[in-house]
Structures are given as structure tokens and as C-alpha cells.
Design a protein around this ligand. Structure first.
Ligand code: PLP
Length: 449
């Protein structure tokens, strides 16, 4: 009996659904793509269908799929040493620590390695509490910092709601969401940004600044809808507030780091120095899992005398550290950060053109190769085509289905369509994806109020 490609694809899906659990989903509703191989900006399913990876998988495969330089580095390291427990010293670990100290803004730093973003967030919060002897962490409502218990509590994303009340001592503040936040309704985006910082200053007073260990923000917010303040003053005043109160500034660059916004790290757009930086995703571009908490030398020196009460069996995993070093050299050799900045300017113009033709395109936001489109029922009222934290309405579900059917893989969340391709994407590949989005938007245009 022949086993055709379609049967093979169905087998993979059935096997995964029967014996594994999928994230963030009612299991009966998932309809995963049975992916079997990937190269560059494309991946293929088991039936041989090709998809353009317009979200870099989970906004992490920044250098694209299957880069032979990284694969060679993995093979070479694996032949020598795949793993040593985290109490040991290895060359890839030390070299990667040095590289991150040089690459991240500011003076010398040291890094604590984890397996991914959420664990890095957990440990950044722990380090901030151990260092300051304070408890509270201030975060934003429209933010996501990972799916583990404390990281989920730190994020404001609705994925936290199922685990409420979560960990104590998290205080949330409002977001620089000029398109929708009422704070911006009667003022310019820059004025709105300043109101937010004034409110935060008041909030800190009321929380007792002496109880606040850290403010934790994404360098450029990601899955909540790619939003950023309009003026660097937002970050600069935030930095001043933190310094004045002895509060640490933790910047989560898990999604916004490694070239995504056209700078190595998004915080570089604002000329501000964080005390701790949290990295993952683009650090290894998905070739192997790795996360990192990069701390400034003052914090690191504190732990010369005080125990760093933190650890993971797979912390500073040798093979993962070697992989990160190989990925970073790909960014450098191929000038991918500059490329993201350059191509990002073109992407912005292309998206603006799309907006001219589609009345249902309410807002486009982003920078570098990190963009989101907001689909609305009415441009004047800005009523979203699908509401926040609600299942997709039929038009948004139809857009998601259209993209998938036409071989463009990206995230459609509420009324948001994400455009976050690998930084290696060619302009014609960008056009290929945008042209499918262009066709899909006819669905929302027809569904307008
Ligand atoms: C900004 C941000 N921080 C942290 C995380 C958590 O990273 P991970 O999924 O590797 O645990 C994510 C994941 O999407 C993220 O977007």
C-alpha cells in the first residue's frame, strides 16, 4: 500500500494531537501545520506545501532557517562536548558572556544563562529582589514576559488571567498605546507619553518606592501589539525615576533584541542604559533553546560576596552557548541588523501603500522588521474587527485562513496581523507576503461597519 504525502501529513497531525498537548489552546480546536523542513525564509509541510515564514516562527528565527554556518558550529561543538553541568566552566559559555558584555549597551556586564525567555525573566526578577532587598516589580498591562508562573504574572497579557492571582508584588502600569489608550485622546502622542510617566511617578510614590525592586518593560512591546512611545523622553524620564529611587530597570529584549527593530537591542533607540537585560529568541534564532540575564557590573559584583540563589540543570548549556556564538557571528557577517533597519524603512512605505487601498486598515505600527497591522470596522471610531481577548470574529478568522491557504504563515491575534519576517528576507519575498495580505484584506474591507 502506498503512503502518500497527504496521509503522511495527516499521520503527523494525528500523532501529535493524540499524544502531545499544544500551548495556549483548547486541544480540540488546534489545527497545526505538520512541518517537516525549512530553509531561509520558507518552511514546508509534510504534503510538500511551501509557506513563507512571515513571523520568523515565534518571532525568533531572526537569521532564517538552516544556516549552514550555525549547523556546522553545532556539529563541531557536539563532537567535542554537548553538556557540562552549570557549576563548570566551558569556553563557549565564557566567550558568549564576553560577547554579550560587548554587544549590549553600556559598560562591562556578566550573564546568567537560562533555557529561554520566561526563565530568564524569572531570574531577572529574582536577581533584582536579591540585590535590592525589595519586593515589588512594576510592569505594564500590555506586555508578555513568558508563560511560567511568575513571568506570566509579570506580564499583563490576558494569558495570565487563567492563573490569577499569580505571584504577589506585581504592580502594573498603563501603556504607550497612542492609537487606543484614553490617555492620548486629548493630546499629542508625545504629551500622552509624558502623562504616562507622570502617572507612573505617582504610582511609585503610592507603592512606596523603597519597596520597589525593579521596573520591567519590553524594549519594544511585542505580542501585545508592537507599541512604543513616540518620544525617547518616555524612557529617559523612566530611567531618571528609577535612578532617583534606587529602582532597577530591567529591559526585556526577548522579542525586540537581536536586530528585530533595526538596532541590536530596541532600547538603543532611546539612549537609555538598563541595569538588567533579558534575552532569548534571536539569541539562538531557534536553533537551540537559550535565554540570558545580562546584569551590569555593580549588580554582578554584589554577588561576589552574596550567594546568587538561582540555578538550572541546563543553565549555560554548552551546545546552546556555542550555537548562540555562531548565530551572533551570522548577524555580524551578514550585517543583518543594518539590513533590518534598511528593509524596515521600505516595509513601512509598502505598508502605508497598503493602508491607502484598504479602509479596514486602521493603524500600522512598528520599526525595523517588526510590524503589526490593526484591522478595524471603522477608521473613525477605530472599532476593532475582533475584540481584545475574544475569539476571532468571522472576518479575522477568514483572513487567518486565507493567509494560511495561500502559504503565508504569520500570527493573527484579535484584530492584529503581525509582519515579523526573518531579517534575511529579500525584498521580493517581502512583496510576496504583502501581496497575499493585500488580497486577504479585501475580506475585512467587505466586512466594515
Ligand atoms: C517579550 C517576551 N518576553 C519573554 C518571553 C518568553 O520567552 P520564552 O517563550 O522563550 O519563555 C516572550 C515570548 O514570547 C516574549 O515575547
Amino acid at each position: 500500500m502506498t503512503h502518500n504525502l497527504k496521509d503522511n501529513a495527516d499521520d503527523i497531525v494525528a500523532l501529535c494531537k493524540r499524544y502531545t498537548l499544544f500551548s495556549w489552546a483548547a486541544q480540540g480546536k488546534v489545527n497545526p501545520i505538520p512541518v517537516t523542513r525549512a530553509k531561509g525564509v520558507y518552511f514546508w509541510d509534510a504534503a510538500g506545501k511551501r509557506y513563507l515564514d512571515f513571523s520568523s516562527q515565534l518571532m525568533n528565527v531572526n537569521i532564517g532557517h538552516g544556516d549552514p554556518r550555525v549547523l556546522e558550529a553545532i556539529t563541531a561543538q557536539a563532537a567535542e562536548l554537548t553538556y557540562a553541568y552549570p557549576g563548570m566552566a566551558t569556553r563557549p559559555r565564557g566567550e558568549l558572556g564576553r560577547k554579550l558584555s560587548e554587544l549590549t549597551p553600556g559598560g562591562p556586564k556578566r550573564t546568567f544563562f537560562t533555557l529561554g525567555g520566561a526563565e530568564a525573566i524569572e531570574n531577572a526578577m529574582k536577581i533584582a529582589r536579591l540585590y535590592t532587598g525589595r519586593q515589588k516589580i512594576v510592569t505594564r498591562y500590555r506586555s508578555f514576559h513568558g508563560g511560567t508562573f511568575a513571568a506570566a504574572s509579570a506580564g499583563g497579557d490576558p494569558r495570565r488571567l487563567a492563573n490569577e492571582p499569580g505571584v504577589p508584588w506585581i504592580v502594573r502600569t498603563l501603556d504607550p498605546y497612542a492609537y487606543r489608550s484614553p490617555i492620548y485622546r486629548h493630546c499629542t502622542p508625545e504629551e500622552g507619553d509624558m502623562v504616562l510617566i507622570d502617572l507612573l511617578a505617582e504610582q511609585l510614590e503610592m507603592e512606596g518606592p523603597g519597596n520597589v525592586a525593579a521596573v520591567l518593560l519590553e524594549g519594544y512591546s511585542g505580542s501585545s501589539g508592537i507599541m512604543a512611545p513616540s518620544t525617547p523622553l518616555y524612557w529617559q524620564r523612566l530611567r531618571e525615576l528609577c535612578t532617583a529611587h534606587g529602582i532597577l530597570l530591567i529591559v526585556d529584549e526577548v522579542m525586540s533584541g537581536f536586530g528585530r527593530t533595526g538596532k541590536w537591542f530596541a532600547i538603543e533607540h532611546y539612549g537609555v542604559q538598563p541595569d538588567l537585560m533579558v534575552l532569548a529568541k534571536g539569541l539562538t534564532s531557534g536553533y537551540l533553546p537559550l535565554g540570558a540575564v545580562v546584569v551590569n557590573e555593580n549588580i554582578a559584583a554584589h554577588f561576589d560576596q552574596h550567594e546568587l540563589v538561582a540555578g538550572l540543570t541546563y543553565g549555560a548549556h554548552t551546545l546552546a552557548c556555542a550555537t548562540a556564538l555562531a548565530c551572533i557571528s551570522v548577524y555580524e557577517q551578514d550585517h543583518l541588523v543594518e539590513r533590518a533597519a534598511h528593509l524596515g524603512k521600505k516595509l513601512e512605505v509598502k505598508l502605508q501603500r497598503l493602508q491607502e487601498h484598504h479602509p479596514s486598515l486602521g493603524d500600522i505600527r512598528g520599526t525595523g522588521l517588526f510590524y503589526v497591522l490593526e484591522v478595524v470596522k471603522d477608521r473613525a471610531t477605530r472599532e476593532p474587527m475582533s475584540a481584545w481577548n475574544k475569539p476571532l470574529t468571522p472576518p479575522m478568522a477568514a483572513i487567518a485562513a486565507y493567509l494560511r491557504e495561500h502559504g503565508v504563515s504569520t500570527f493573527v491575534r484579535w484584530n492584529l496581523i503581525f509582519v515579523v519576517p526573518p531579517l534575511i528576507i529579500e525584498e521580493q519575498e517581502l512583496d510576496e507576503g504583502l501581496s497575499v495580505i493585500d488580497q486577504a484584506l479585501a475580506i475585512s474591507d467587505r466586512a466594515m461597519a
